[in-house]
Design a protein around this ligand. Structure first.
Ligand code: ADP
Length: 536
């Protein structure tokens, strides 16, 4: 029997930290409180209820839920039952959600009542056989609660293979259709062990952990499992990720460790700055910021004005947390300026993973802090391929196990990686991807549009926003407002560009592709003024 399993991680929580709390915000704003012992009991019962549906081993159980305690139960129940949990991201466009659910082969869906209209729109296009609804005011005899009550309270997991798939997560971070990765029990266990070490998260049972990164996105960086392994208290924010909503939880629950995307922390910083006395954030020992570059002024602002250490982290759906910018021993005596410079990097890779940067010439960049190359990474929890996508997999994995991240980095002595550019043609807005080719196709579907190219421009609030450069057909006239209206319903709301610029023709490279370098040079001047989009 293998022991690097999610069942073993939950057993550890219930045996050694049964009374540590799981605090979860309900849809009405009230707080629900349970313990690891409570999560264990309900997860096992839920696992037996899921098996009662007659699913085959490895069947996919999807969720469309915000971060709450019932979602946490599913994080354990499905893998404990030998099934595979697949959190779906409700922020995506219907077509993408339908595609992802179909590609993953989702048979069961547990859905928050708030997302039911979405499910009704896509259900016919998916293989879903069972839909279980988490009501806002749950009735014990009905919906999710009734389903769970039908399970056997004495059910215990059988032997699990640590190499079995426990989870599926999708990323739309590259061109083409969204791609899925399968995550094994073993990957989750080793990820939790490594990321929780001192010098990285340094998580322990005294921590009160608030994952702001949603449970439907990049598996909340694996934190629900890491918290179980260490017996930490877990605080789940429900449907409120706004600054005041988060600060209330941080203050009220004395949160010590939290993590999310820079857009969230920028909002929190603004709220703290506006009224420094309104919330007590002195319990925070570490705020992780990842998913996009953390602006230096934000890291400074948290440290200087509020005494909060904001730590930069780098990750990807394909590997969850990849690096953390905690200072290594040799930097502890360095002057403040040098320490600051290293804190701005994306950090050092987790123990047991290895990184390298491949230059344009095909060699490996020296770790000198200034030679750029595409970051490659390998390690026990780095995915080995995309789900049923051999061509995309062959592009991203080298024969000898290195995963090509698409991030252009320099690596400094000590392994500090710094992202300088991106090889992938995408825009990341508020922590969520916008596929530029897909947005270009949507724009070019408009009868008046001959050519449309999309580039990312820096944005104060969202990190990046898309800018569309459009050439109309000869004799046709179209306005930015008409194009925005046309895109509504065709792409996710946050994809719709605020800025549309019209040109006679879009510049091309020698091979006839849109010349994004020229477009950036010609159109990016004057951005960063803080155009705020629909966002995420
Ligand atoms: P996540 O949801 O964790 O952000 P994704 O797979 O959606 O994962 O995105 C991963 C990509 O996000 C990385 O390849 C990189 O381009 C970008 N990214 C992640 N963290 C950072 C960071 N700290 N700074 C800059 N870019 C980042």
């Amino acid at each position: 029997m293998n022991e690097l399993t999610i069942a073993a991680m939950l057993r550890r929580a219930v045996q050694c930290s049964p009374d540590r709390e799981i605090v979860s915000r309900n849809a009405d704003g009230s707080l629900h409180r349970t313990t690891w012992a409570g999560i264990d009991a309900r997860s096992r019962r839920l696992a037996s209820a899921l098996l009662g549906l007659g699913l085959s081993p490895g069947a996919r159980v999807a969720t469309l839920c915000v971060s709450h305690h019932r979602h946490l139960e599913l994080y354990f129940a499905a893998p404990l039952a030998g099934l595979v949990l697949h959190p779906l991201n409700h922020r995506l466009h219907d077509d993408d959600i339908a595609y992802i659910a179909t590609h993953a082969g989702d048979e069961v869906l547990v859905v928050d009542e708030a997302f039911l209209p979405l499910v009704e729109r896509i259900r016919d296009r998916t293989p879903l056989r069972h839909v279980v609804v988490v009501a806002e005011n749950p009735d014990p005899a009905d919906g999710y609660e009734g389903f769970l009550a039908g399970g056997d309270p004495a059910w215990q997991p059988g032997d699990l293979d640590e190499h079995a798939v426990a989870l599926v997560a999708f990323t739309s971070g590259t061109t083409g259709r969204p791609k899925g990765v399968e995550v094994t029990h073993r990957a989750i266990a080793l990820h939790a062990l490594s990321t929780s070490l001192p010098g990285y998260l340094g998580m322990r049972d005294t921590d009160v952990v608030l994952p702001v990164v949603p449970m439907f996105h990049a598996l909340a960086w694996g934190w629900p499992y890491t918290a179980a392994l260490l017996g930490a208290t877990l605080v789940l924010p429900g449907n409120r990720l706004d600054p005041a909503g988060l600060l209330e939880l941080i203050d009220g629950e004395r949160v010590t460790l939290t993590g999310g995307v820079p857009t969230v922390w920028l909002g929190v910083l603004r709220t703290l700055d506006a009224d420094p006395g309104a919330f007590d954030v002195s319990s925070l020992r570490m705020v992780l910021s990842g998913g996009s570059t953390a602006p230096p002024a934000m890291i400074d602002g948290f440290a200087r004005r509020h005494g909060v250490p904001l730590v930069h982290t780098w990750g990807m759906t394909e590997l969850l947390m990849g690096a953390v910018a905690e200072l290594s021993a040799d930097l502890l005596d360095a002057d403040a300026e040098e320490q600051h410079r290293y804190r701005l990097t994306q950090g050092r890779p987790m123990p047991l993973t290895e990184i390298q940067a491949r230059t344009d010439a095909g060699g490996l960049a020296p770790w000198d802090g200034h030679t750029p190359g595409e970051l490659e990474i390998r390690g026990p929890w780095v995915a080995g391929s995309y789900l049923d996508a051999p061509e995309a997999s062959a592009e991203r994995w080298t024969g000898d196990g290195w995963f090509r991240t698409g991030d252009i980095v320099t690596i400094a002595p000590g392994g500090y990686l710094e992202i300088t550019d991106r090889a992938k043609d995408v825009v990341k807005s508020g922590g969520e991807w916008i596929s530029t080719p897909a947005l270009e196709s949507a724009l070019m579907a408009h009868p008046a549009v001959a050519e449309a190219a999309v580039i990312g421009v820096a944005d104060d609030r969202w990190g990046e926003r898309p800018l569309a450069v459009v050439a109309a057909h000869c004799g046709s006239v179209v306005t930015a407002a008409e194009l925005r209206e046309f895109l509504g319903g065709r792409v996710a709301r946050f994809w719709i560009p605020e800025r549309v610029e019209f040109v006679a023709s879009v510049p091309k490279t020698a091979v006839g592709k849109f010349d994004k370098v020229a477009l950036r040079r010609d159109h990016v001047v004057g951005d960063g003024a803080g155009t705020h989009g629909a966002g995420t």
